[in-house]
Structures are given as C-alpha cells and as structure tokens.
Design a binder for this molecule. Structure first.
Ligand code: NDP
Length: 259
C-alpha cells in the first residue's frame, strides 16, 4: 500500500496526536495524516527524531508540532495535552501507538524487560487515554469527529513462544479497546485497535535476548513484510470514513505471513 489509496485532503481541520511518532509506524502515520490535511502533533522521547518528522511534514506544506514526552510519565502527558489545547485547540484523533517489544523466554527472568513493556504498553497507553479523553469527548459533544486508535498487535491473539509478556500487554490493549468502545461509542467517540503483523521498523532492534533478536530478524527477512506506510494508510482510512462508521478491530498482515 505504499501506493496511497486516499486522495485529496479528507483530514483537513483534524488535529491528530500520535505517540511513538519518532520512528516506524508512528512517524509514517504522522507524515501521511499531515499529507491528508490534518494538523499533527508528534510525541516520543527522541526530540531530534521528532524534529526530523516535523521538518518532513513542513517541507511539503503540512502543519506539525513536536513535543518530547515520555508517555510513562503521567504528568508529562497531561502537560502535553494542555499545551496542545492552548496551541491547537482540541485533538480529535489520537493514535495511541508508542510501544516496545522485548521478547525472551519466560525462564530467563528478564524482569526489567517485563517491566518496561508493562510500563509503556499498558501504563503509557492509559496515560495517553487519560490525558486526551477530554479532547475527544469535547470534539464529539460539538458534533465533530473523534477517534481513539490504539496500536495492538496480532500477538494479542496468536500463541507465539517467547512473546508472553509482550502478548499479554497487547491482549490488554485489544480487550480494553473493546470495552472502551461500549462506553465511548454511544458518545460518538470512535474507538479502535489496529493489530499489525510484521512491519519493518526499529521494534526488533531493542530486544536484549540475542536468540529472540535472531528469530525476529529471520522472520522479517524471509517474507515481504509490511511497511510503516501500509499502517499509516490504514489509520488514515479509519479516520476518514463517515462519523457513524467505526472500523473497530483491524488486523493487517503481510500477505505471506503464515502465523
Ligand atoms: P518503533 O520502535 O520504530 O517505534 C516505537 C515508538 O515508540 C518510537 O517512536 C519510540 O520513540 C516510542 N517510544 C518508546 N518508548 C517511549 C516512551 N517511554 N514514551 C514515548 N514514546 C516512546 O516500532 P514500531 O513503529 O514498530 O512500533 C509502534 C507500535 O506498533 C508499537 O506499539 C508496537 O508494539 C506495535 N507493533 C509493531 C509491529 C511490528 O512488526 N513492527 C507489529 C505489531 C504491533 P522514542 O524512543 O523516541 O521515545
């Protein structure tokens, strides 16, 4: 899908916040949403990388702002939401995407890796929801679009050896989203998860277990995997459909991925 499906600027007037936007899926999505007309606010820890994303967007005439924030820091995320409210009004599209995958055998007892995944993939996700939910309900109350799109993974449902803690965090995200949809859908806030298979990003580079790193590298090099742009186009489509349509659980796989 590196060939774009959407044309024109269907997201004009939207204000999109994207966490984990300094690389991979988040960076690609920021650039695509901006190209489709949205004002984009990119969040992550590496400010230099965020500035590059903003530079790319501005170079093509788009509007973007970088806020360096560690989403595991609740107060920092709330401060970012306040800054966005002051500068751009309300965010009406939140792509809650920052995540880390540190796979290892459970008997290796890599407790620090377990904790990092829980802190970011669960607590970080909740911090973003808490900080931006008032933006989304405020937009919906005024009759505008409102999207909360959480990045889960096919690991949420597949049984993959060594993925236990990561898969547990993504199962949390997927099921949380189903539950939030019940409460927020009736308020006209669309709630969705995107569950990708293998996407070529930095994600495997952070794994500290050499066996797991090899496993991931082999998987990625054996088939024609997804690119960040494929996920970006899908997220854009989820946000561009009419307000009464909620594409709520999207699984997106490389065609040749067998698991
Ligand atoms: P990347 O490693 O390229 O992106 C991860 C992003 O999260 C980076 O922008 C990183 O930026 C950010 N991040 C990490 N820690 C924090 C933090 N504490 N606070 C704020 N931001 C943080 O990988 P992907 O693009 O692949 O990952 C994006 C999402 O997609 C994740 O949730 C991942 O689990 C999910 N996913 C990925 C798949 C794949 O095959 N790649 C498959 C299925 C799901 P920085 O370091 O600058 O903070």
């Amino acid at each position: 899908m590196s060939a774009a499906l959407l044309t024109g600027t269907p997201l004009t007037g939207r204000v999109a916040v994207i966490s984990g936007a300094s690389s991979g899926i988040g960076a690609a999505t920021a650039e695509r949403l901006a190209e489709l007309g949205a004002t984009v606010i990119v969040l992550a820890r590496r400010k230099d990388r965020l500035d590059t994303v903003v530079g790319n967007i501005q170079a093509t005439g788009g509007s973007a702002l970088a806020i360096a924030v560690d989403v595991t820091d609740r107060d920092a995320v709330i401060a970012a939401a306040q800054e966005i409210a002051e500068r751009h009004g309300r965010a009406d599209l939140v792509f809650n995407n920052a995540g880390v995958q540190l796979i290892s055998g459970i008997d290796e007892l890599r407790l620090d890796d377990w904790q990092r995944q829980i802190d970011l993939n669960i607590t970080g996700v909740m911090n973003v929801i808490a900080a931006f939910l008032p933006h989304l309900t405020g937009s919906a109350d005024r009759g505008g679009p409102a999207d909360l799109i959480n990045t889960s993974s096919i690991a949420a449902t597949r049984i993959l050896e060594r993925f236990s803690v990561y898969s547990g965090t993504k199962a949390y995200v997927s099921h949380l989203t189903r539950l939030l949809r019940v409460e927020l859908g009736r308020k006209m806030v669309r709630v969705a998860t995107i569950e990708p298979g293998m996407v070529d990003t930095e994600l495997p580079d952070h794994v500290t277990d050499p066996g797991a790193t090899r496993l991931m590298a082999d998987l990625i090099h054996d088939i024609d995997v997804l690119q960040g742009a494929d996920i970006a186009e899908t997220v854009a489509f989820m946000a561009a459909v009419p307000r009464h349509v909620n594409l709520t659980e999207i699984t997106i796989l490389p065609t040749a991925q067998s698991i």
